[in-house]
Design a protein around this ligand. Sequence first.
Ligand code: PGA
Length: 255
Amino acid sequence: MRRPILAGNWKMNKGVAEAVDFVRTIRRGLNDIKGVDKVLCPPYTALAALRDPLAATDIGLGAQNMYWEEKGAYTGEISAPMLKELCQYVILGHSERRAHFNETDEAVNRKIKAALAHGLFPIVCVGETEAEYDAGQTQAVVGGQVRGCLAGLTAEQVAGLVLAYEPVWAIGTGKAATASGAGAVIGLTIRGTIAGLHSEDTAQAVRVQYGGSVNPANVAEYMTHPDIDGALVGGASLKGDFVELVRIAAEVTSI
Ligand code: PGA
């Protein structure tokens, strides 16, 4: 049994004061929901301020990126040991980082290794662009990303990862993938690639979220698909109804 995991990716939204206010309004409701892992990923600047408000809850905290080196002359970067003091999770390889900051599978691979070496849980994002989807390249692109991002990891390390399948055309567009479409990519391409790299057991152990325009109205559809283990939520995680979204997810998966 894979435990579902719901994560909110706030992207570049909410300053420290707003983040703390927001978390005060949602933490009780989120904390009361059991049976699923819950993670909030604010901007770096809010991590330290959210550590205490979340300390007495079972709500996890995550960053949205990091650099693979531990310390040194890398102006503007933040390392795994620095994050480890503040949070438990880190989103790696989000398509916005790939598109705007030239992040490659090789860079994501280095970051995953650094995160694991310092005891952080990576949430590794993969997904094809609209042009790739239209050209029928989803399987090749996503399979290639999985191989590139997971290169050199042991089966045990892979089994403990969270992956997020986020088709770029579905992010922030309201044009969510269907659960059957996303589930097929996750089952056949993502788990299939991992089974080829390691074993079917490893492929079945790894948790894979869907991300892209998930909201309270469509989350149940994803959660009831046997290959989808949760959601990475952008826009809908910035508002109070994120609690409702997580509650629905927990309800449908407990049936
Ligand atoms: P969205 O973003 O839910 O706003 O589509 C998802 C993401 O980018 O992780």
